[in-house]
Design a protein around this ligand. Structure first.
Ligand SMILES: [Zn+2]
Ligand SMILES: [Zn+2]
Ligand SMILES: [Zn+2]
Ligand SMILES: [Zn+2]
Ligand SMILES: [Zn+2]
Length: 589
């Protein structure tokens, strides 16, 4: 029997002509390579060779997953330290602890003219490897306490990591153009959003994830273009629904049954969405419903010729996850808007970028970390609004610079060429920064979220590990005393040190205790939500656990009698029902 392999795209013929603008394809056959790191096999396709040729780098020697891992070592999303700004001495929080050898400046100081990054400039030494010298520069140049633009492009968002163009955001990571977003991860163009994950263009949302264009919704997953959802899963264009799955264009539904408007609100009242104990029961009920409903094999929304998962409004992009608005890209994660780019993560609007961490609004950044609004910047870290840099750290409006030394255009071009030749000999050219020179330990880095290793495993693999410091919080509100309803909470809660329900007995980097801030309390009151019982880290990891891994497996449609096969992010041993497009479409209504 003929087995139809289903892709969310129509494969091959169309992508070859579009991707990477690669007219001069060196080879028209795919090549199998062995990853230099994990020894696993990976494939480089003709289009990929075209891309590497276009940007002038050799094909990768690491497989896509090892490349991703290597970049993740340079991000710290949620391990923050109290310390002082090494310039103005004010108390700050930072992704870097006190033991780092480089100074750490608060945003106001770092972005100011009170220091000069060119003072740290060094001559390149052709008798030594590139990365060794880069590590030395890294140990001296002042770093930003948090990667954000507070006081420059953002307002009152000091405690937001990797955030830009936002206001009033707090303990939230990755996003831009947000207002009043707290305790969330990857939010773009949102307002009044708390405890959410990969949610864009939304307002008044709580505990929503992998969703887009939601308004006034709570505890919902994979919901799009909807209003007033509570405990819903996989919904589109719906309004006023509670405990529903797989609905399209419906209004006033409870447990997938229709109600009149009056009856809906009458019934909803009985569900006690303002009570903690009821919410816990609803969570369990939704989980049970999700195991009975069919899942589309992949979540690719409004996109053309794409592979990966959680891909929205994109075209001709492959192997990408948690992304929106991509064009001709491959191996991108957590991105909004990108063109002709490969191997980038956590970024917006890069073009022709490769192997870069957060090359926001940049053109032709190769091997960069947090270099925003740059062009032609290579092997650099934390440089902004700059062009033509190689091996630089901490420059603002820099140009034609190498290892923080300024050159003429001609000198720069010549020296850059010589360094690349040198790096070819040392085997460094074309490789991203080695994990070992990252200022973060494995368990501080973003790696922990996707490639979980315990202490011994990480050390065995050559990663550094940071021992947990004993936190001596004096808990003033024990977990069994947390009020069941928001009605029983007043301003006094702001003074309490609340015990996390997990009390550190989990693998979530549990902080054991947490506080509630004023804006947050206002949000809970306005939305009629009971206060949380888990610390922000535990809340985040509980949500992350409900998402699919950034990986695809080859599987068969589970609908009896259907033989369609596909690539899906649902691993074969998972309990969910996974259908091909055709069978899934027959089940949604
Ligand atoms: Zn590998
Ligand atoms: Zn300062
Ligand atoms: Zn916790
Ligand atoms: Zn926990
Ligand atoms: Zn099927």
């Amino acid at each position: 029997m003929l087995v139809k392999i289903e892709h969310a795209k129509t494969p091959n013929e169309s992508k070859a002509s579009y991707r990477a603008g690669c007219k001069k394809v060196m080879s028209n056959i795919s090549e199998k390579r062995i990853c230099q790191n994990c020894r696993g096999e990976f494939i480089i396709e003709p289009d990929d060779f075209g891309f590497y040729e276009k940007i002038g780098v050799p094909p990768p020697t690491f497989c896509p997953e090892c490349r991703f891992q290597r970049r993740l070592m340079w991000r710290n999303e949620r391990t923050f330290y109290k310390r002082t700004c090494d310039l103005c001495k004010k108390n700050i929080i930072s992704t870097y602890d006190k033991n780092q050898s480089f100074p750490v400046y608060c945003q106001k100081c770092w972005w100011s003219d009170k220091w000069n990054p060119y003072e740290y400039g060094i001559d390149f030494d052709f008798s030594r490897p590139f990365f060794e010298q880069f590590k030395e520069l890294l140990s001296k140049v002042p770093m930003l306490n948090m990667q954000n633009d507070d006081g420059v492009g953002s307002v009152n968002s000091e405690y937001a990591q990797d955030f830009a163009f936002s206001k009033n955001c707090y303990l939230t990571s990755v996003g831009w153009y947000c207002d009043n977003v707290m305790y969330s991860y990857y939010t773009c163009y949102d307002r009044d959003v708390v405890d959410s994950f990969f949610i864009n263009n939304s307002e008044k949302c709580y505990e929503c994830f992998e969703s887009d264009r939601l308004f006034d919704s709570k505890y919902s997953h994979l919901c799009f273009d909807s209003v007033n959802l509570n405990f819903c899963y996989d919904m589109r264009n719906c309004q006023n629904c509670f405990m529903c799955t797989n609905l399209r264009g419906q209004n006033y539904y409870i447990r997938n049954e229709p109600y009149t408007r009056e009856a809906y609100f009458e019934e909803l009242k009985k569900e006690n969405l303002d009570k903690k104990d009821k919410i816990d029961k609803h969570r369990i009920e939704l989980k049970e419903m999700m195991l009975k409903c069919p899942n589309r094999f992949v979540h690719i929304i409004k996109s053309l010729n794409c592979t990966g998962d959680m891909l929205i409004n994109s075209k001709m992009s492959l192997d990408s996850f948690w992304v929106s608005n991509l064009e001709n890209c491959r191996y991108l994660m957590l991105m909004d808007g990108a063109k002709n780019s490969y191997d980038c993560n956590n970024s917006g609007n890069p073009e022709l970028c490769y192997e870069s961490v957060t090359p926001d609004n940049s053109f032709n950044n190769l091997f960069t970390i947090f270099c925003w609004k740059c062009s032609y910047v290579f092997y650099s870290n934390n440089c902004h609004s700059s062009n033509n840099l190689f091996g630089c750290i901490g420059l603002k409006h820099g140009e034609y610079s190498i290892f923080n030394k300024r050159y003429t255009k001609e000198e720069y071009t010549e020296l850059r060429k010589k360094i690349i030749e040198h790096m070819k000999k040392t085997g460094e050219w074309g490789e991203f920064f080695p994990s070992i020179i990252s200022p973060y330990s494995y368990n501080e880095s973003f790696n922990l979220d996707f490639f979980f290793l315990n202490r011994n495993e990480a050390i065995d693999k050559g990663f550094s590990w940071k021992e947990d410091k004993e936190r001596n919080y004096i808990i003033t509100l024990h977990k069994e005393e947390i009020p069941n309803s928001i009605d029983n909470v007043d301003e006094n809660i702001l003074n309490e040190v609340i015990e996390c329900q997990h009390s550190g007995n989990c693998e979530h980097k549990c902080s054991k205790a947490f506080k509630i801030i004023e804006r947050e309390l206002k949000f809970y009151k306005k939305m009629n939500i009971p206060i949380p019982t888990l610390c922000p880290n535990c809340r985040y990891y509980e949500r992350l656990k409900q998402t699919n891994p950034l990986k695809l497996w080859h599987r068969k449609c589970m609908k009896p009698g259907c033989n369609n096969e596909f690539e899906t992010s649902y691993a074969p041993d998972r309990p969910e029902i996974v259908y091909c497009e055709k069978c899934y479409q027959q089940e949604v209504y």
